[in-house]
Design a protein around this ligand. Structure first.
Ligand code: PGA
Length: 260
């Protein structure tokens, strides 16, 4: 059981809480001409909320999709300070990150909250990108697969398998995010294979079609090795997505996928 050779690899840039109107425009001015010629890879960018509309305008003539980094558990209503999925869809978002480890660790988002956000994203017509991954302590005590499976099960139990595979899964080992420490291609592939097999135990064909991205210190010089692993279907890129040339090189590395 491996990834389907027919599906495009997906590379998503997560700008986190970085950028400014001027910096974003400069980044896109350098980036878009370089990545517009790429084939066989789908690219999306997730700027902070205040810049979504402007970035949507700047992406208008390109094939690059827009994504958000977060959404409310609720669709609409009296929730001061929250941003609803229907609003994100309304301004042109296609993707939304759900359960990023920074949201889980710093903002107390538990599995139930993540599952609710996943369901709400689908209701709003967005494609949720479900982030899962273990901490260093959990890896060292041999719990990686159990943690990842529990995070996946929380969403499966809330929305069911058919809806789960409408999303994208991103395996992001917490110890590799923003640390410069990348999982080796073999370490990443082992967890991606586990996720694929877990999906396949529910439905074989859907498991092959579901995109499983790797995230955690992906850089221009390690992207190709990671993306060529049989069960890695692209990447979720933080720091390196803020540099046009690095991100372009990462997107370009995702073009090459040997069929196995
Ligand atoms: P990083 O972040 O590439 O800076 O490690 C990845 C992420 O948090 O999605």
């Amino acid at each position: 059981m491996q990834t389907s050779p027919n599906k495009k690899q997906l590379v998503i840039g997560n700008w986190k809480m970085n950028g400014s109107s001027a910096a974003n425009a400069g980044l896109l001015r350098s980036l878009l001409p370089v990545i517009s010629s790429l084939e066989g890879v789908e690219v999306a960018l997730c700027p902070p909320f205040p810049y979504l509309s402007t970035v949507a305008d700047l992406l208008d003539d390109s094939d690059v999709a827009l994504g958000a980094q977060n959404l409310s558990t609720e669709l609409t209503g009296a929730y001061t300070g929250e941003v609803g999925g229907t609003m994100l869809r309304d301004i042109g978002c296609r993707f939304v990150l759900v359960g990023h480890s920074e949201r889980r660790a710093l903002y107390g988002e538990d599995d139930a909250c993540v599952a609710k956000k996943f369901a709400t994203a689908l209701q709003a017509g967005l494609i949720p990108v479900l982030c899962v991954g273990e901490t260093l302590v959990q890896r060292q005590s041999g719990e990686t697969q159990a943690i990842v499976t529990a995070q996946l099960n929380a969403v499966l139990n809330a929305v069911g398998f058919n809806d789960l595979v409408k999303g994208v899964i991103a395996y992001e080992p917490v110890w590799a995010i923003g640390t410069g420490e990348t999982a080796t291609p073999e370490q990443a592939q082992a967890v991606h294979r586990h996720i694929r097999q877990w999906l396949a135990s529910q439905h074989r064909a859907a498991a092959a079609d579901c995109r499983i991205l790797y995230g955690g210190s992906v850089k221009a010089d390690n992207a190709e090795q990671l993306f060529s692993q049989p069960d890695i279907d692209g990447g979720l890129i933080g720091g390196a997505s803020l540099d046009a040339m690095s991100f372009a090189a990462i997107c370009s590395a995702a073009q090459v996928k040997p069929t196995s």
